[in-house]
Unconditional design. Structure first.
Length: 396
């Protein structure tokens, strides 16, 4: 029997806190592969004020991969400056082609170099690690993957290490680029935090034993709720939904133009910009007046955006984007620093005043997904802060 239906057959966890329980995970089939991609030299893009370009490329990879997968459900994670996927053997060549297409677009439209690699699960298990997968319900229309076992981090390191990168790299020209980037949209202004701050946080338990790591993550989740309140209270998009404002700005829409019109000349790109502006105006009208079309209730579209948004994730590391105030962030930082000093966990934080949103829209009635990240560096700079703290643990 084919293993392609493995992920779709997993039970769905009703609450995100379930990611802290190792009993909720199942091992990835032995014949699957991990496909990874990330933007090289992201720091330069962030320093130049182009972190949104980096976000857009990472989200475009998800778009291309989901289009390539078609009816096959695959687990994936978006991490700000890149994305990672698990794919069955029958999808591997299409996955490579889709990521190479994204790679070519990234260079052509944004001058960014996207590193692409694939690693067999067998290679990960040879190293003594594993990839354990769970499914978590975020909303009626979005089920998110969670990962444990250390295998995804191994694949990421294997891709970046100069000694092993040539063994797994999908080199430009080795696979003919093909696939579709249809569905990627960047039509919203940055979302200001209603409390003053948008915080990107990432936390990893320092123990490698799942049974000992689980209570650490449960405590982190509980402490975040204690400090920041309910999921709704700290969600970067709410309330009020009036803070979600579509954009007609050429620079903002230029991210979408760069993806969707990468192969077109200047006239083609201008026409796509005009097309995007037209749909922004049309969407504003439909949402403003709560119009019901044959397939979509536009009075509820913003609320569905909120419920379908990707604001926290777990990949052997807990990540979340939070809206809060300075006092809350200081309380969180102090608590994490105390646990860090006890060598229970390592963490990273980034603070800004607004969030980015990059959208994958396959239909407006419900099948749409919205990646949220902190502006000006978000998850990428939280990861940098995280790595600096991790390095200090090794030094002492």
């Amino acid at each position: 029997m084919s293993s392609a239906g493995f992920y779709a057959a997993l039970p769905v966890l009703p609450d995100f806190s379930g990611v802290a329980d190792p009993r909720n995970y199942a091992p990835l089939p032995a014949d699957w592969h991990v496909a990874t991609c990330d933007v090289r030299n992201s720091t330069l893009a962030v320093q130049a004020g182009n972190y949104k370009h980096v976000n857009t490329v990472g989200a475009s990879a998800v778009t291309a991969m989901l289009n390539a997968a078609g009816g096959t459900e695959i687990p994936f994670i978006f991490e700000g400056d890149g994305s990672a996927f698990c794919v069955p053997p029958g999808l591997l060549e299409d996955a490579k082609a889709a990521l190479v297409k994204t790679q070519e677009m990234a260079q052509k439209s944004f001058g960014l170099e996207l590193r692409v690699a694939t690693v067999p699960v067998a290679k990960i298990r040879e190293a003594g690690l594993d990839i354990q997968v769970a499914r978590v319900r975020v909303s009626e229309n979005y089920i998110q993957a969670a990962f444990a076992g250390g295998g995804m981090a191994f694949a990421d390191k294997y891709m970046k290490d100069p000694a092993t990168a040539p063994l797994c790299e999908v080199k430009p020209g080795s696979v003919a680029a093909r696939g579709s980037l249809e569905g990627l949209e960047c039509r919203w202004q940055d979302i200001p935090s209603r409390h003053g701050e948008t915080v990107s946080v990432m936390v990893r338990a320092l123990t490698s034993e799942p049974a000992k790591a689980a209570p650490v993550y449960r405590e982190v989740i509980a402490k975040l709720r204690e400090i920041y309140g309910t999921d709704e209270a700290c969600h970067p998009l709410t309330p009020p939904l009036a803070t979600l404002v579509p954009s007609l700005d050429a620079r903002q829409l230029g991210n979408e133009v760069g993806v969707r019109a990468a192969d077109r000349g200047p006239l083609g790109k201008w026409l796509w910009l005009m097309r995007a502006r037209w749909f922004v105006i049309l969407g504003w009208f439909l949402m403003k007046f709560g119009i019901h079309t044959e397939e979509t209730d536009w009075s509820t579209y913003k609320a569905k955006m909120l419920s379908n948004s990707d604001v926290r994730k777990f990949n052997d590391v807990y990540r979340q984007i939070l809206a809060g105030n300075a006092a809350q962030r200081e309380a969180l930082d102090a608590w994490l620093a105390e646990r860090y000093a006890k060598r229970e966990l390592v963490y990273g934080l980034h603070v800004t005043n607004r969030a980015h949103m990059t959208c994958l829209v396959f239909n407006y009635s419900g099948k749409h997904l919205h990646f949220i990240d902190g502006a000006d560096g978000g998850l990428f700079l939280a990861a940098k802060d995280f790595k600096e703290r991790a390095a200090k643990l090794i030094d002492v």
